[in-house]
Design a protein around this ligand. Structure first.
Ligand SMILES: Cc1ncc(COP(=O)(O)O)c(C=O)c1O
Length: 371
């Protein structure tokens, strides 16, 4: 049985009439950039996360870059994140001219280790830090209560990288309620994905939202009046229309992801060669990826591929080992948990379009490999 890691075609077919009509509407209204479809989506997405504002932008990378820029972060400043992420998190810091600084992840949640964060902030290296950029990796929020306490103690801002964690919660609150802002990716394969590039920033701060709206549109306060210079971070109308339709299904799709994850966890709980995804008791994990950790990864990956079970490595090379970030001067052993996870983590299919039969097939296959 062939089981892809995500099935966007199947998802489209379940909502085709609504999607087709929404796209057609944008074309007929010729509101190709921003426009009503985008502003309607912004309102609904903000509401879904219990925040006041959403600013729709061109990608998750745009969202991160714009949010850091709007905090006036630039040359001479530093921003702390983790090296176990997609490179965009770190690029956004570099694009502002600031220096990325890394701390390791926790071995259970794969998110920023607050103990390591505080060690860095109180060291001489921490003196230029203006912001913390925790990543809610795979759909699980970082330890935001502890990170918030540290941020206020050292007087630094928080921007959440929520690219993988639409509707995820921590301490009973949705992501996006823990810092200045949270940044989302609507890359097609994300839990809420557009039909092209798209991203969004959510915030409760009125002034920050106003600044971001201007920054997204070349710093314009009104047409051809530029109070400051910004960039073109605008979202396309068609993406807003698609996202508006798909947002209505997000809670139900997320529940299905969680249901599949629970089945997998129950089935795999006795396998000593596997570390299963841990869900912090304070978190609602949205399982953007269902990630297993095993020292037998190479053989397991080959086995899954032979069985036509989709799989992927998120992420095989931590950022401090990337050629692009050699200049930061980190060395092997600096972030041992990130380095181990890069060697041992593997994602398997857990998307909402999977049938019960598909879930059972994955379970049987994984059990067989480890027996
Ligand atoms: C953790 C993380 N941050 C940032 C991004 C960047 O988002 P985008 O691809 O929409 O620019 C992604 C998405 O790939 C991501 O997974």
């Amino acid at each position: 049985m062939k089981i892809p890691l995500a099935d966007l075609k199947k998802q489209y077919l379940t909502i085709k009439p609504e999607i087709d009509a929404a796209i057609q509407n944008v074309i007929e209204n010729t509101q190709f950039i921003l426009g009503k479809a985008v502003s309607d989506f912004e309102q609904e997405f903000a509401k879904a996360h219990h925040v006041k504002h959403c600013i729709a932008v061109g990608s998750g990378t745009d969202a991160l870059h714009a949010a850091l820029w709007a905090l006036d972060i630039g040359a001479g400043d530093a921003v702390v994140t983790t090296p176990f992420t997609f490179i965009a998190t770190v690029e956004a810091i570099s694009l502002t001219g600031a220096q990325p600084l890394f701390v390791d992840i926790e071995p259970k949640t794969y998110t920023m280790d607050p103990v390591k964060l505080e060690e860095l902030l109180k060291s001489p290296q921490g003196k230029n830090v203006k912001a913390i950029l925790p990543i809610h990796l795979y759909g699980q929020p970082a330890a935001m209560d502890e990170i918030q306490k540290i941020a206020s103690k050292y007087n630094v801002k928080i921007i959440e990288d929520a690219a993988q964690s639409h509707l995820a919660m921590y301490d009973g609150k949705y992501v996006g309620n823990f810092g200045e802002a949270a940044c989302f990716s609507f890359y097609p394969g994300k839990n809420l994905g557009a039909y092209g590039e798209a991203g969004g920033i959510i915030t409760n701060d009125d002034e920050f939202a106003k600044k971001l709206r201007q920054l997204r549109d070349h710093g314009q306060s009104e047409k051809y009046k530029h109070q400051f210079w910004g960039h073109n971070y605008r979202m396309d109308g068609i993406q807003g229309a698609v996202l508006g339709v798909k947002l209505k299904y997000l809670a139900q799709w997320t529940a299905r992801r969680r249901e599949i994850a629970a089945k997998y966890k129950q089935a795999f709980s006795g396998i000593s060669d596997l570390i299963l995804p841990y869900e912090s008791p304070k978190a609602v994990h949205v399982y953007h990826q269902f990630v297993l950790r095993t020292k037998k990864r190479a053989a397991f990956q080959q086995y899954l591929t032979d069985k036509e079970i989709g799989n992927a490595l998120h992420y095989p090379i931590p950022i401090h080992f990337q050629e692009a970030y050699k200049h930061l001067g980190y060395k092997p052993g600096d972030f041992p948990i990130s380095e181990a996870c890069a060697n041992e983590n593997i994602s398997i299919p857990a998307h909402p379009e999977m049938t019960g039969e598909m879930v059972d097939y994955v379970i049987e296959s994984v059990m067989k490999f480890f027996s």
